[in-house]
Design a protein. Sequence first.
Length: 364
Amino acid sequence: MIRFENVTKRYRGTSKPALSGVDFEVQRGEFVFLVGASGSGKSSCLRLILREDVPSSGRVAVLGRDLRALANRKVPYFRRHIGSVFQDFRLLPSKTVYQNVAFTLQVTGSSRGFIQQAVPEALALVGLDGKQKRMPHELSGGEQQRVAIARALVNRPQILLADEPTGNLDPATSVGIMQLLARINAGGTTVLMATHEAAFVDQMQRRVIELKDGVMVRDETHGGYGDTSNIPRLAPEEVRGAAAAAALTAVQEVQRQTADLSVVRAALVDAQRRAAASGPSGDVPPSSAASSETARTAPSTSARPSAAAQSSVTTPNPDDESVDAPTAPGTRPIVLPAVDVAELGVADRLGLSDADDEEVGPTS
Ligand code: ADP
Ligand code: MG
């Protein structure tokens, strides 16, 4: 889904490269922490993924596209697949919460009907329903970041990039944001988060990629932060401890829900398969549940059934329509609030089902 191949980035006028020979691959559905001291190259990595910048050497591929080969005119379209949030929220100060979230959709030509449905749903997802008419300055920092997350998600991107999203927030508020990111990931969105919040990284036990002076020094599947001795401790110890404990509880709850949903989902797929085999359309191969589209865009998911099941539960993948046609009434296992992308016609609206999508090859 995201691949760095021997990526080096040198900024003009600097002697030392910001990134040197960075190599990693992120699969669909992963939650990855990008950690390292200030200046270690985290934001540079994220900018390369967004194609805000290009490597000096090496290759960056995202969603099957070699970004070096991506024509400039296609960059805005490409970025619609990627949501991003930043430490400083970057809201439009003179627009309401609703307008902030709606803005990108308006600029990219979404229909009014879609916007009127998608914006409240995105705000509900981040826990901000009822605050649509507020101005950013009337919100707390945590609420402002939630608006930014709603804005990043309203297009149902496949990837969410978060650059120090809790950097301006107090520990308790940060926990809520982490909990939200974990839920978003549990819904199938690939999340890459740059941070130096050691407590979260330790507690969440997700994959950690660590940079040091632009060099990747660690890639650990279930990592902690590593050596935290150089990290300034801004909050009192007990607050950090409480925040970390709360974060862990929240994440465990999300993991439990996800596991439950995976079981239901597996049963559902099985039932569909049997129905397809015995029904009048039994000549349809049961594996079409995953759809040839999915197979084409993400062959790796077949080897990772739990990730595929996760991503199906809340329908983040506009290509996967199978989930939205449960055969048994009452078994639809939606727990997390989610926009049904297929129903809303987002795929068509964004042109995802057209020629452009053919550029999305295997995750290379
Ligand atoms: P991090 O996000 O981990 O703090 P950055 O990716 O922002 O690190 O920066 C990595 C290195 O690249 C730093 O030494 C920084 O000063 C340098 N750098 C970042 N952006 C630029 C730029 N636009 N021009 C020159 N140097 C830059
Ligand atoms: Mg940075």
